[in-house]
Design a protein around this ligand. Structure first.
Ligand SMILES: [Zn+2]
Length: 216
């Protein structure tokens, strides 16, 4: 079977195209989209066609768990449009029960082939976790980032330099990818059978580039 090419998608991704797409090809679509973003060469698609496709249903090829940070706009970074991506955004791109349920739905019931956990440089949530901030509901959110903080502080020391904090961002992405596997039998099972790929990446807010920290 010939894998569908993203350049053949004129409106939204259809069920047939999504079904024919393997996990590695779906990951390649994300990488290609990011190349277009970096090259300032976004692909234009007819808005009316996309809306008509959207009215029929959704068949996204990937899901991204990103941070709420305004400087890391998920769809733009992957040059994605209507119907392309499931996007979950929460400060520090942390995994919780509702994120797990959302991603389980995306992959098991809506046919999505890839999950990318996308951290970003200069993440305020990671910085706050590093500094032990406690306030309101922020405390329990930051507790989810603590394992990454502890690992990086043990390996690199406690100085809050940009290098150390960005190392913590990458470590946190790795922890969250692992958490998806450990806390979701559905996602772990889909990954084991090769139906989905779980990958991590860090978006650099200064250069506009994603560095994939783990990939197929
Ligand atoms: Zn952030």
């Amino acid at each position: 079977m010939i894998s569908p090419s993203f350049s053949d998608v004129s409106g939204t991704v259809t069920k047939d195209v999504q079904t024919a797409l393997g996990a590695k090809e779906a990951f390649a679509w994300l990488v290609e989209g990011h190349e277009r973003f970096k090259n300032q060469n976004p692909r234009s698609r007819d808005r009316q066609s996309m809306l008509e496709g959207a009215a029929q249903g959704q068949f996204p090829y990937a899901a991204v768990l990103g941070c709420i940070d305004s400087r890391a706009p998920i769809e733009q970074v992957f040059d994605a449009q209507i119907g392309d991506l499931f996007v979950a955004r929460v400060a520090g791109n942390v995994v919780n029960e509702d994120v797990l349920g959302s991603l389980e739905y995306a992959c098991k019931y809506a046919g999505t082939k890839v999950i990318v956990v996308l951290g970003h440089t200069s993440c305020g949530a990671v910085g706050a976790a590093w500094n032990g901030v406690e306030d309101g509901n922020i405390t329990s959110l930051l507790a989810k980032i603590k394992p990454a903080v502890e690992t990086v502080q043990r390996d690199r020391g406690t100085e809050g330099s940009a290098e150390n904090l960005n190392a913590c961002v990458a470590e946190n992405v790795s922890v969250m990818c692992q958490t998806l596997r450990e806390q979701s039998d559905i996602l772990a099972g889909l990954e084991d059978e090769g139906s989905i790929i779980i990958a991590g990446g860090v978006y650099n807010v200064a250069t506009g580039e994603v560095q994939f920290t783990s990939q197929p």
